[in-house]
Design a protein around this ligand. Structure first.
Ligand SMILES: [Zn+2]
Length: 303
């Protein structure tokens, strides 16, 4: 039976925001069982914003939280890391509005927390178990949630060359996050750089924190995985779905989705209480891993 966990000791890093270009210091502090993930703006008298669906703000290039006009931006990589390693409770102190982008992946957050260690708390982890299928569609974009024994994700993307079509499926209940997803970095097309810069959307972007793509290839290679792009989308999805406030038990299928679609699914689930239940009971998957992987893979091609 899994128990809630927090970080053993405070950890800190410094960096710049991808979108704002602003310098920021981020501290991850231990928190009592039942706290969840709470952001704290130390530059604004310690104003706190809980990492829950109700606080989701404008979502375009990144996921942001907003409460009473106070913003916390680009939360998805940190929250993804926390789901991936099983960190349930923490206070996240920031002295600016945007989280640091670091290397563009979730790896630095994973390393920070695991470097300090996780502490098991005296409370069973509560999961959100999907009971009924639910789907959000927008044109040719799709995201859906289905009942399943563990937490599995199947994602398909279709971008301009050199990415093209990629798909990736993973069973997170098998502890694969660190090996398969954490290091996958965010990416952008050089052809869009000027427009995005002019709109003030990527003030902090550099070849140190974004995979830069030209029409023919990767400008700042090598890639960490041949399919790093779709893996990063899965990383983002997990971080966005973390705004449900609980780990999921269910199968998520996404096709050409993005932050807006991910958070639309969060809102849909939070609105309709008949789609899920809270549980502390985790079923062991009955099927052997190979069969499970094949099923997840086939659900991608059906999507
Ligand atoms: Zn991302």
């Amino acid at each position: 039976m899994p128990f809630e966990q927090t970080v053993r000791t405070p950890v800190e890093c410094k960096g710049i925001g991808l979108h704002s270009g602003e310098p920021v210091t981020l501290r991850i502090l231990p928190a009592p069982a039942g706290t969840g993930i709470v952001f704290r703006r130390v530059d604004l008298d310690g104003f706190e914003i809980e990492a829950i669906g109700r606080n989701v703000a404008r979502v375009s290039y990144a996921t942001s939280l907003q409460k009473k006009g106070v913003l916390i931006s680009t939360t998805e990589h940190l929250l993804s890391a926390f789901i991936g390693i099983g960190l349930d409770n923490a206070i996240i102190e920031l002295d600016n509005l945007e989280l640091p982008i670091l290397d563009g992946s979730a790896q630095p957050f994973v390393d920070m927390v695991l470097g300090a260690g996780l502490r098991r708390q005296r409370r069973k982890r509560t999961y959100l178990r999907i009971l009924r299928e639910v789907e959000v569609r927008e044109g040719n974009k799709l995201i859906s949630a289905h009942p399943a024994a563990g937490y599995t994700v199947a994602y398909k993307i279709n971008f301009a060359p050199p990415i093209g079509e990629q798909s990736f499926a993973i069973d997170l209940s098998r502890d694969l996050y660190r090996k398969e997803l954490a290091a996958a970095r965010t990416f952008g097309f050089l052809s869009e750089e000027k427009a995005l810069k002019n709109m003030g959307l990527i003030r902090g972007a550099s070849e140190e924190n974004v995979i830069v793509l030209t029409a023919t290839g990767v400008k700042n290679g090598p890639l960490r995985f041949p399919d790093e792009f779709v893996r990063h989308k899965v990383l983002d999805l997990i971080g966005d779905l973390a705004l449900l406030g609980k780990q999921i038990i269910g199968h998520i299928v996404a096709d050409r989705a993005g932050h807006a679609m991910h958070t639309a699914l969060v809102s849909r689930l939070l609105r309709d209480r008949s789609l899920w239940e809270e549980t502390t009971e985790v079923q062991e998957a009955e099927e052997p891993p190979e069969r499970m992987a094949a099923e997840v893979a086939s659900s991608v091609s059906e999507a």
